[in-house]
Design a protein around this ligand. Sequence first.
Ligand code: DAH
Length: 325
Amino acid sequence: MNIDVVEREAFERLSKVSSAEELEQFRVEFLGKKGKITSLMKNLKNLPPEERPTYGKRVNELREKVEALFREKKKQIEELMEKEKMERMRIDVTIPGARRKVGHSHPVAKIMEEIERIFVAMGFDVVEGPEIETTWYNFDALNTPEWHPARDEHDSFYITDDLLLRTHTSPVQVRTMLERKPPIAIISPGKVYRRDYDATHLPMFHQVEGLHVDKDLSVAHLKFTLEEFARRMFGESAKVRLRPSFFPFTEPSFEVDVYLKGYGWLEILGAGMVDPNVFLSVGYDPEEWTGYAFGMGVERIAMLKYGITDIREFVRNDVRFLSSY
Ligand code: DAH
């Protein structure tokens, strides 16, 4: 093949190269081992000896020229690719952000945290107890005799004859008194279980237990603590009412109602002075120690605070309901 033809072809082809792949194709076709310029050189041996030096020189010059242009082109293409890459990576800060949906705590969890904050601020410790409890902690140590309806299979979830899902957080009172020495001031939040299901009862719900043991505590201390709690939870205008009641583990015992403008009275907890028999079952001298205790229903407090009328809303997992609290 003619040197001039190859030269023209090479320049034309190279000028049209616009990508790395095309450049590589060009290199193989012209500069490679079987490429056109290389074959020109192989022609040398077919020429008469006197023409060989000039021919060889021209082919070499051509090769050098094409190689130089090739390097130039290669640089251009690399720069172009770099520029495109930077372009692709550029961040447009004016594009509106993608809004990510973040969830939030369940309304019951929120109320529970609020209750904890209030009591911690009043000097109470937060302790937890197991949800699977023995009948001794759940009933006997709390002065709750064999005949009490709460012990009935129809009201509780038994695992064995003397293991059950705790029906209240009160057993944590017993555990704490056995573990610590008075004075004691604790609250204990957690899940409790009963065989109930209707607009105001769930088979699993939450309670916060409270226990304060010290010398010379009276109903006045209990009443002040609960009033202070109600004011901090529901606002200064909240009123508290103690109604006489009965619990095996307290004497005297009360049902405690909170009054809110627009709602009226709602029962939110049980309370009382720790029964001497409870002190005896943990080895405390009832002549030396006094105490008050209370147990509040967290869902009830959430219902009151948020104006919810059906307790089952809390466990229906309807996002429209949950996201509004
Ligand atoms: N444990 C009781 C219940 O679940 C509530 C209760 C009442 C707790 C009086 C107390 C208390 O600590 O003193 O119904």
